[in-house]
Design a protein. Structure first.
Length: 246
C-alpha cells in the first residue's frame, strides 16, 4: 500500500511523518523528553525508512526544526525535508498568518540556520495571509527559490483557485491540506490529480480519533498523488503507523 511518490524531485514512500506533535501542549515549547523525541525521529528515518519529514517554523515555535537537526543532521541524501513559513505564534494554540515579503524572507533564512542546511528541499507557504496579495507571498518564495535557498515551493490550506493563481508565479511542488475520513471533502484533491501536483494530507487521523489502517488506506486509495503525513510523539504509535501502511 505504501508505494513511492516523487515530491520536489525526490522519490519517497507515500507515507511521511508530520512533526507538529513533537512539541509541548498547544504546539508550544519543546517536548517533555527531548531524548525520546530524537530517538523517535531517528527510528522513523533510519529504521522504518520514512523519507518524507514535514515540519514548520511555527511548531514550538522553532523547536521542532532544531530537534530535527539534532536528530538527523547530516541529512541522508534521499530524505525529503519540508518546512513551512508564514505563520506566527503569539501563544499556545494561537496561529496567525503573516505573509509580508520581508517576514517570509527572514523566516526562510532562520529555518535554514535552524535546520543546518543551505537549501530547503520543500518550503510551503503555511497559510495565505488575507491582508497580502497571494502573488506577493508566493513571489517572495519564488525569489528565494531562484536564489537557491529553496528547492521547491508548496502551498498549505488552499483552494484550487489559489493554487491556479500561485502557479502563474512559481511551479507548485505540493499542496498540503487537511483531509481525513471525518473531514473528507476538499476540491484540491481532484485539482492536484488533474494537474500532476502531489497532495499531502495533514491531520490524516483526525488528531488520533480514527483507525490508522482504515484512514490511511482510504487516503492512499484516493490516488497515487496522495501522500499522507500522520504524526505522533509515541514510539509505539509510530511503529503502528508503519505497520498500517505496509
Amino acid at each position: 500500500m505504501n508505494t513511492m511518490i516523487t515530491i520536489a524531485g525526490k522519490p519517497v514512500p507515500r507515507l511521511g511523518l508530520g512533526t507538529m506533535h513533537l512539541t509541548g501542549a498547544g504546539a508550544w515549547g519543546g517536548p517533555a523528553d527531548p531524548a525520546d523525541t530524537l530517538a523517535l525521529l531517528r527510528t522513523a528515518v533510519h529504521d522504518l525508512g520514512i523519507l518524507h519529514v514535514d515540519t514548520a517554523d511555527a511548531y514550538g515555535p522553532r523547536t521542532v526544526e532544531e530537534l530535527i537537526r539534532a536528530a538527523l543532521h547530516p541529512y541522508p541524501q534521499p530524505l525529503l525535508l519540508a518546512t513551512k513559513v508564514g505563520m506566527v505564534r503569539p501563544a499556545p494554540n494561537v496561529w496567525r498568518p503573516l505573509g509580508r515579503r520581508e517576514y517570509l524572507r527572514a523566516a526562510v533564512e532562520a529555518s535554514l540556520r535552524r535546520l543546518g542546511t543551505e537549501r530547503i528541499d520543500l518550503c510551503y507557504l503555511h497559510r495565505v495571509d488575507p491582508t497580502v496579495p497571494l502573488v506577493d507571498q508566493v513571489g517572495e518564495l519564488a525569489a528565494l527559490r531562484q536564489e537557491g535557498k529553496i528547492a521547491e515551493v508548496g502551498l498549505s490550506k488552499v483552494t484550487p483557485e489559489q493554487i491556479q493563481e500561485a502557479c502563474k508565479v512559481v511551479p507548485v511542488a505540493a499542496v498540503q491540506n487537511c483531509l481525513n475520513l471525518a473531514e473528507p471533502d476538499d476540491a484540491a484533491v481532484a485539482y492536484c490529480q488533474d494537474h500532476g501536483i502531489p497532495y499531502v494530507p495533514y491531520r490524516p487521523l483526525h488528531a488520533g480519533q480514527l483507525d490508522p489502517a482504515k484512514a490511511l488506506r482510504w487516503l492512499l486509495d484516493l490516488g497515487p498523488h496522495v501522500a499522507p503525513i500522520p504524526g505522533t510523539a509515541d514510539p509505539e504509535h509510530l511503529l503502528g503507523l508503519d505497520a498500517s501502511a505496509s
